[in-house]
Design a binder for this molecule. Structure first.
Ligand code: ATP
Length: 582
């Protein structure tokens, strides 16, 4: 039903879930404010994520700045490659994502991976038009557009910085310290929940594609040769998978399987990725994502990020479209190697062998005094070149002279020059050495969740319309665990006695950590409708029976069924707390 999103966005604004920011100044695309209900729902979803992916897994949580200096993004590759394709309308001047224009209007499903000239050709061939004004886009240049927001750190422009486009880099950059907290033992995981910023060319579909959003990311560092996930704990988890092979083949379909079988059949090739899919699926279910509208889709080869070896997305269905909720990627040693190369810090871990190993090591004499200027180049260059050669090719030292190549000194030309070094001068020897371990660069598996998109999905999948007592009703069937308000408490009528009992009930509920709201305005039916629309699972009404009978009881109404029951006030708070905690 194409309408649900429209109705939801309207409800979200009216009831304080979310709305476009800075409305007083006309609003600006891609920025949303979570209102009182939305902020509370978001907090609950983040807590649920933290419980599952940080606490229950024994991972560490950190909280890094959102602005980072330029060298971080030089190393990470974002400065160079974090681009989308942009096409500008010659008539109205609006910019659009060229790949979206192509995907929305042709049979191409993965236009992001096409080279720019090909995208331009497709635009011309299909006579694609500007989505805003309908003017033809054929012949318009498609350009790359870097999505990072740039800023300056301090006065002047000598220290450029960027608002982070993903929370992940804040974890990678601190790896040299984080590994100490993990006592230099792999595997270990670090999580972060925080804001990320992308200057999206065309923000759209309310909070699904914004320019400032919240991510919940886990970076799980492993020794690729030794560490294995606990697949047994997730092998029976049932999943709907949409592998790349099925997407490629005509009439290809989703597969219903289990994590265990998917690994056995080689459908999910990476066991670590499979493990995290296995814990993500029940988590999404627990917070209220409809499992009939949820799947994991494998990235097509051209779609993968610059670092990822295998990647799957969690997707939910919204009004007939699949949207990406989270990405699960094996980023291998890409990020840590890059930071190791670009920074002065060390992004490796010392891996101790079970028993010390004896190895042969070929060396040359590091004392440069043997080598006079007649051998050319700086003496250190010569020693370095000899060392490298000794490691790679011992046979080079079997004759009387060894040849090395050094970069020439000839100014800009830099042509390699060959030098002949008498072997006796190189001081070549092969020694045995006992070593306790080696430095390795961990691989990292990344489950990367978008918080805003899961909130949108949870609301959309909870949206219901029915009829109660001959009247149309709209309600949100939110899971009690995440519902922003857990219980509404109403005095039946304006009456001091009823109000004071209701007040007392509210404070008892709050003492147990239940979010309770007091409402005495309007007739009781309207108060129920209000809580239904917000998604409050229970309403408690204090009526005359409550104060007149010997045993004090109240009515408790359940949101979805609208069934009412009388419960003793004594037990009320505890009973509701038990329901909330499952
Ligand atoms: P897309 O292809 O939709 O632009 P992506 O593949 O670039 O997303 P990732 O880099 O994998 O996204 O980011 C991880 C998660 O962050 C996504 O699964 C999504 O939930 C969330 N996310 C990414 N971009 C946005 C955005 N502009 N607005 C809201 N959430 C986003």
């Amino acid at each position: 039903d194409e309408q649900t999103s429209e109705k939801l966005v309207e409800l979200a604004k009216r009831r304080g879930y979310f709305f476009q920011s800075s409305g007083a100044y006309g609003g600006v695309g891609g920025f949303y404010t979570f209102g009182p209900q939305g902020a509370s729902l978001k907090g609950n979803v983040e807590d649920a994520w933290r419980d599952r992916f940080a606490v229950a897994e024994g991972n560490m949580e950190i909280d890094a700045p959102t602005i980072m200096p330029e060298p971080v993004f030089e190393a990470s590759g974002h400065l160079e490659t974090f681009d989308d394709m942009l096409v500008e309308c010659p008539e109205c001047g609006e910019s659009h994502r060229a790949d979206h224009v192509v995907e929305d209007n042709t049979e191409y499903e993965d236009a992001e991976s096409l080279p720019i000239p090909e995208v331009e050709e497709v635009i011309a061939e299909y006579e694609l038009v500007c989505p805003s004004c309908g003017t033809g886009l054929a012949g318009q240049a498609v350009e790359t557009f870097n999505l990072m927001f740039a800023t300056n750190i301090g006065p002047g422009d000598s220290d450029p910085g960027y608002l982070r486009p993903e929370t992940a880099q804040g974890i990678f950059v601190e790896f040299p310290r984080l590994k100490e907290y993990a006592r230099n033992q792999l595997p270990f995981g670090v999580t972060q929940i925080g804001r990320a910023y992308r200057n999206e060319i065309s923000p759209r579909r309310s909070i699904i594609r914004t320019r400032e959003f919240t991510q919940a990311e886990l970076e799980y560092f492993v020794d690729p040769e030794e560490d294995e996930p606990d697949l047994e704990s997730v092998e029976d988890v049932e999943v709907t998978l949409y592998p790349a092979s099925e997407q490629h083949s005509e009439g290809g379909d989703e597969l219903e399987t289990t994590i265990g079988e998917a690994v056995e059949d080689g459908i999910v090739g990476d066991e670590w990725v499979a493990y995290f899919l296995g814990i993500a699926k029940p988590w999404y279910e627990s917070i209220g994502v409809d499992m009939d509208r949820f799947r994991f889709r494998q990235h097509l080869s051209g779609e993968r990020s610059h670092y990822a070896a295998d990647c799957w997305d969690a997707e939910s269905e919204i009004d007939g479209n699949w949207i990406e909720l989270a990405g699960f990627a094996n980023r291998t040693d890409y990020d840590l190697s890059k930071h190791d190369e670009y920074s002065d810090d060390r992004f490796t871990i010392f891996k101790q062998y079970d028993e010390p190993k004896t190895v042969e090591r070929a060396t040359v004499d590091p004392d440069m005094s043997y080598l006079g200027p007649e051998f050319g180049g700086a003496a250190q260059d010569v020693v370095d070149a000899l060392e490298t050669l000794a490691e790679r090719d011992r046979s080079a030292f079997e004759s009387d002279v060894v040849e090395i190549e050094l970069e020439g000194e000839g100014g800009g030309e830099n042509e390699a020059e060959t030098h002949e070094i008498p072997v006796e001068k190189a001081g070549f020897s092969v020694d045995e050495e006992t070593i306790a371990g080696e430095h390795i660069t961990p691989h990292v598996i990344e489950p990367s969740f978008g918080v805003d998109r899961v909130i949108y999905t949870v609301l959309h999948h909870a949206y219901r319309e029915d009829e109660v007592d001959g009247e149309e009703r709209t309600y949100l069937a939110l899971e009690p665990e995440v519902a922003p308000t857990f219980v509404g408490v109403f005095p039946l009528q304006s009456d001091d006695d009823l109000e004071s009992v209701a007040d007392e009930i509210v404070s008892d509920l709050r003492k147990l950590g239940l979010s309770a709201t007091y409402d005495d305005s309007g007739n009781i039916g309207r108060r129920y409708r209000r809580q239904d629309e917000v998604g409050t699972p229970f309403c408690v009404t204090v009526d005359y029976e409550t104060i007149e009978n010997e045993e004090t009881t109240v009515t408790v109404r359940e949101r979805d069924t609208t069934d009412q029951k009388r419960l003793p006030v004594e037990d009320l708070a505890e009973t509701l707390a038990e329901i909330r905690d499952g």
